[in-house]
Design a protein around this ligand. Sequence first.
Ligand SMILES: *[C@@H]1O[C@H](CO)[C@@H](O)[C@H](O)[C@H]1NC(C)=O
Ligand SMILES: *[C@@H]1O[C@H](CO)[C@@H](O)[C@H](O)[C@H]1NC(C)=O
Ligand SMILES: *[C@@H]1O[C@H](CO)[C@@H](O)[C@H](O)[C@H]1NC(C)=O
Ligand SMILES: *[C@@H]1O[C@H](CO)[C@@H](O)[C@H](O)[C@H]1NC(C)=O
Ligand SMILES: *[C@@H]1O[C@H](CO)[C@@H](O)[C@H](O)[C@H]1NC(C)=O
Ligand SMILES: *[C@@H]1O[C@H](CO)[C@@H](O)[C@H](O)[C@H]1NC(C)=O
Ligand SMILES: *[C@@H]1O[C@H](CO)[C@@H](O)[C@H](O)[C@H]1NC(C)=O
Ligand SMILES: *[C@@H]1O[C@H](CO)[C@@H](O)[C@H](O)[C@H]1NC(C)=O
Length: 544
Amino acid sequence: MSCRMKLATKWTLLATAMASTMPAQKVATIENPARLPTPPMGFNNWSRLMCDLNETLFVKTADAMASNGLLEAGYNRINLDDCWMNDQRTENGSLAWNTTKFPHGLPWLGQYVKSKGFNFGIYEDAGNLTCGGYPGSLGHEEIDAQTFASWGIDYLKLDGCHVDPRHGRTLQEEYKYLYGHWHDVLGKMERPLIFSESAPAYFSTTSNFTDWYTVMDWVPQYGELARHSVDILVYMGAGSAWDSIMTNYRFNTLVARYQRPGYYNDPDFLIPDHPGLTLDERRSHFALWASFSAPLLISAYIPDLPSEDVAYLTNEALIAVNQDSLAEQATLASRDSKVDILTRSLADGSRLVTVLNHGNETSEINIPLDVLGLSSHCTYQARDLWDGSEQTIKRRITVKLNTHATAVYKLSVSRECAAVIPTGIIFNTASGNCLTGNTSTVSFEPCQGGRSQIWQVDSSGVIGPLSERSQCLTTNGESVSLQACTGSHVQKWSYAISGNLRNLGADKCLTERETGGIGVCGFEANHQVFGLPGGVQLAVLNKY
Ligand SMILES: *[C@@H]1O[C@H](CO)[C@@H](O)[C@H](O)[C@H]1NC(C)=O
Ligand SMILES: *[C@@H]1O[C@H](CO)[C@@H](O)[C@H](O)[C@H]1NC(C)=O
Ligand SMILES: *[C@@H]1O[C@H](CO)[C@@H](O)[C@H](O)[C@H]1NC(C)=O
Ligand SMILES: *[C@@H]1O[C@H](CO)[C@@H](O)[C@H](O)[C@H]1NC(C)=O
Ligand SMILES: *[C@@H]1O[C@H](CO)[C@@H](O)[C@H](O)[C@H]1NC(C)=O
Ligand SMILES: *[C@@H]1O[C@H](CO)[C@@H](O)[C@H](O)[C@H]1NC(C)=O
Ligand SMILES: *[C@@H]1O[C@H](CO)[C@@H](O)[C@H](O)[C@H]1NC(C)=O
Ligand SMILES: *[C@@H]1O[C@H](CO)[C@@H](O)[C@H](O)[C@H]1NC(C)=O
């Protein structure tokens, strides 16, 4: 019997054991989770209309959402993006709206959308110009916050175009300074605005991810959501809308460890009227974002949105998943060249299973229960969240999916089968390669979906592959291998917000490289940052 048979669902043991050995780095406390206890839902016009915005559009959008069921389903935010303002500030330095685009003014528009039951959000930029070339907020943070409050605005998306390092700071430090300053300004307001931070997106496109990870470390301290990667394809943009969705989807899988109630990773807008998408692809986009508990901000011309799109966007069961109070982001149980399987837990104790066929053909997929962190000896009741149909699951779930389609099941868990073991791939979030255990050898390989790439993590920090139940990830300080599980310190690992997997015995970190696989822990270096299955609580979260 392996030490991994004694599995628990909490990570407290490890947290206690590891607290003293953790480096004192980075802070990630949420000051006020209640400011946004679940991810935002609503409308933003950017992807669909870009700078072609005006009062009529927002009035018509609010009217349509109030009558077609979107507002009732929870989409209760109307947010302006770039290009709403005048190209000059007023004499006292305040921002002004463009009176051609907004003849009645933004306070009037705010009143209008509020009278319908919406909140009202706005866009600015941390630098000295917005991305569209309008006045940025640099040096005007206080007056802009006052102005927004006086217009009845309760949500700010702060972009990061035209930011240049000043006073000897690095670019990363300059963004931290500017977003931190805005955080302080917002914190002093009578009713602080929801703060959506675009800073990480400006660091997501280089091959060295250290600065990107560093920005991701601080955004949860300052705001409620962060745009972590590139913009989703705009309506008239060149390229494949599905590829764009997949790019942002994959980026989101890299940063799951940051999300918790009060802070949400934002993979950008839903684009349900993009002409390049099939219905399966649009439904997948929504189902994946719902499974992530990502913001659900629709960027489309809603007055003309077909009823087939309104139908899936208002799916009650998937919205309940999106708005679940745990706000867990689904993580990868398995990944191969065609299929991703994601899991998460929900507040009522049930288990969510999301299966994406990102391959080009119809696929039949068999998922053993242990891959989902559940017991092969238990029986579960699975509800298909698309159509509400129920089935009893023993040993495995089987699903047939069209190309680019997504299935979502909610598995209810009986009391005697309530245990969930964190189970899934352990992958380098820079290279995308999966930790692979093959007999005694441990290596990093392209993710192929096999059981030698699916790992269980127990509450004492012991890690082993599903393929070899009695073998555990072990280090002798020079290399890592699979050895018979003993539960000794050289088989215990901690996982922190840094993404490092640190070995308790060797005090070294798992490292992706040709040989060895272990090294002196660096600062969020590409080869030492990993994604783990959800449910592994971050060992040092409370230490920060
Ligand atoms: C949406 O926002 C963009 C950026 O401000 C703007 O160009 C576009 O005109 C807007 N579209 C609508 C419909 O408001
Ligand atoms: C508002 O913008 C829409 C296109 O987004 C345009 O058709 C309409 O004429 C504009 N209305 C005004 C009053 O400018
Ligand atoms: C206001 O918007 C109109 C219509 O897009 C544009 O022609 C005009 O230049 C803008 N005015 C200012 C002051 O930015
Ligand atoms: C600045 O001027 C605008 C009008 O030009 C006015 O609406 C606003 O209240 C003024 N703000 C402050 C802080 O004085
Ligand atoms: C923006 O700020 C940078 C430095 O912070 C400065 O060099 C540049 O001139 C500014 N641009 C404008 C338009 O103010
Ligand atoms: C990656 O970037 C970080 C932070 O800028 C830097 O310290 C580190 O040396 C870089 N790593 C490599 C391999 O270039
Ligand atoms: C699917 O097709 C696209 C374009 O036709 C291609 O780029 C991609 O590599 C294919 N994917 C797989 C998994 O075969
Ligand atoms: C495991 O290693 C053996 C021998 O090195 C190799 O033949 C086999 O393909 C490997 N299996 C996997 C799943 O990588």
